[in-house]
Ligand binder design. Structure first.
Ligand code: GUE
Ligand code: MG
Length: 294
């Protein structure tokens, strides 16, 4: 048996096209343009690629895009001043501060300063709490993209055993909370979990989000399971060139799973598509408009 490859890149294109049509309708019917601001601190090349992709996709969807670049020596006060300025800018409906931030800047303080209505990352504790209790919230983009791929593949997720490997605030915890809201039986595994392979073997759905290259092995996967690989790790290949791998040993897992997301071309593109979708959602809520169903 060999798994179906879940084409996150193609799925993301359909999501982005839908967002583009919604933006067009908002412009035409309400003379209203959603705007997204991305704040990037420092010169990390991987972050720059990602921010450039976001900027390109935002413009392609017809939205306003503002990119703010700050030196990695920036003070916390300067970052907070930028956030406050964006909070007060009526043409900006979504604010994303790229993480991680340099050590002199308190990430929690910065996330806390973002107006929760403009928090398109869904990282503010107000949104975390609202999502957890079932109130309307901004939902983190990577977990949202994972849920969309899972529902597309499996339909109703009710009653399925889901194992999330990793407990970060930005992926593992919100992922588990979204799976619970879909009525999965959810296990969060992490570095202290006893017999991780045995825990993963019980899963109908495996979400790997640990940041360790190819850690989840093929013989951990229950035959037919759906595997979502959130990891994006740059490793040294045989030829000395770097290559991208996930947190799952792809070739091994593919031989056992029912479906699996590739890296690249899986979760990453869906994250960007969900960021655009969240920006339209946030903009409509702020303007008191219903999200166009197009
Ligand atoms: N506040 C904040 N929000 C984030 O959502 C956030 C962040 N900070 N910091 C960094 C991580 C990383 N991240 C990625 C999203 C898409 C791809 C992506 O599109 N990857 C492509 C291409 C990868 C490549 O070629 O480098 C793929 O997987 O196919 C990668 C990485 C969002 N993050
Ligand atoms: Mg961990």
């Amino acid at each position: 048996m060999t798994a179906e490859i879940i084409d996150g890149k193609a799925f993301a294109e359909t999501v982005k096209a839908r967002v583009g049509r919604q933006v067009e309708a908002l412009k035409k019917n309400h003379d209203f343009t959603p705007g997204l601001a991305v704040v990037l601190v420092g010169e990390d090349p991987a972050s720059q690629v990602y921010v450039r992709n976001k900027n390109k996709s935002t413009v392609a969807a017809g939205m306003k895009s503002e990119e703010i670049r700050l030196a990695d020596t920036v003070s916390e006060e300067e970052v907070l001043a930028v956030v406050h300025r964006l909070n007060d800018d009526p043409t900006i409906h979504g604010i994303l501060v790229q993480l991680p931030l340099p050590k002199q800047v308190d990430e929690m303080a910065v996330l806390d300063a973002i107006n929760p209505e403009k928090d398109v990352d869904g990282f503010h504790v107000i949104n975390t709490g609202r999502q957890a209790v079932g109130l309307p919230a901004m939902v983190p983009c990577t977990p949202l993209g994972c849920i969309m791929m899972l529902k597309d593949r499996l339909g109703d997720l009710s009653g399925l055993n889901a194992v999330v490997v990793g407990r970060s605030n930005i992926v593992g915890k919100p992922m588990a909370s979204l799976l619970l809201a879909e009525n999965c039986t959810v296990t969060i595994a992490h570095s202290r979990t006893k017999d991780l392979p045995a825990v993963v073997r019980g899963a109908d759905i495996v979400v790997a989000a640990v940041g360790r290259p190819e850690m989840v092995r093929g013989d951990w996967i229950k035959p037919g399971a759906t595997v979502i690989d959130v990891g994006i790790n740059r490793i040294e290949g045989e030829n000395g060139k770097t290559r991208l791998v996930g947190d799952v040993a792809f070739d091994e897992a593919k031989a056992v799973a029912g479906a699996i997301t590739p890296v690249p071309g899986g979760v990453g593109p869906m994250t960007i598509a969900c960021l655009l979708a969240n920006t339209v959602t946030a903009a409509c809520r702020q303007a008191g408009l219903e999200e166009p169903q197009v």
